[in-house]
Design a protein around this ligand. Sequence first.
Ligand code: FE2
Length: 309
Amino acid sequence: MQPETEIIRHFHWQDFATNDAFESWREAKIRACDRLSKLPPIRLDSLAACEKSARRDLKERCAIANHALYQVSHSEPTVEADCTALAGFARSLGLSVPEDHRSAGERGVVALRTSSTATKKGYIPYTARPLNWHTDGYYNPASSPVMAFVLHCHQQAGIGGENQLADPELVYLRMREANPNFVAALMHRGAMTIPENREPDGTLRPTSVGPVFFADEVSGRLQMRYTARTRSIEWRSDPTTDRATEWLRDWLTSGDPMIRSLRLAPGQGILCNNVLHNRTGFDDGADHARVMLRIRFHQRLSEEHDGTA
Ligand SMILES: [Fe+2]
């Protein structure tokens, strides 16, 4: 990996004692992310045959910016075949512990499309409505967070369905620039509570309490758990937490040059360490039913190259 990447990887983000390390990390992070944002998606021949060099590039980009975009030259013809290929692609990158999602098939892949079936009714990911900023699985118990996911476009909507992506480390960087106390407040283990919820299938999802910023147990890298929803959420009762969450909502609304906007085309996808994201509404039209495939993991993408993943 490049020296810049090493600075980004080894920054002790929980250390607020000195500012020098933060400044060097900040400079390396902005420079490297800016460079990556100008590059086209990484080319893969197919999901089933992801070459070693492509795997290396995907991991390098994720080590820098917590996400990487790719473009497959030869797509699978059916949703079923694409789901199988996507699970294999993730496995080839060392992602081997998929989340046990209620809608996932045996490979752990969920096909997201507009749906009116009972278990999915009312869940925004299965409708064409806009989706506000969030990280995946923000309602999971603190013991089983979503650390990574792949979102792959099988078919685009007729109109709309754009995503914006915000790297959690970019959120941290901007928030620490604004006020380091905001970051510290959102690192508190009781910062964000999602109350229990009765699922449509009758099961009870328990209350989820945890921090917004937390460290991956293996690498120490920063991970994030967040939703911009304002109902069915309780923030820790604390004036700094109030100001931090207000700052974050404002920042996401105002935008940032380093937030990425994209509309995935068929065969394109996002591999990421659970970056913050949103989605505009969309219209399938007469013959363009949007189908996005998603697989989530309880582990971050390994930053080691092939042979150790
Ligand atoms: Fe999501």
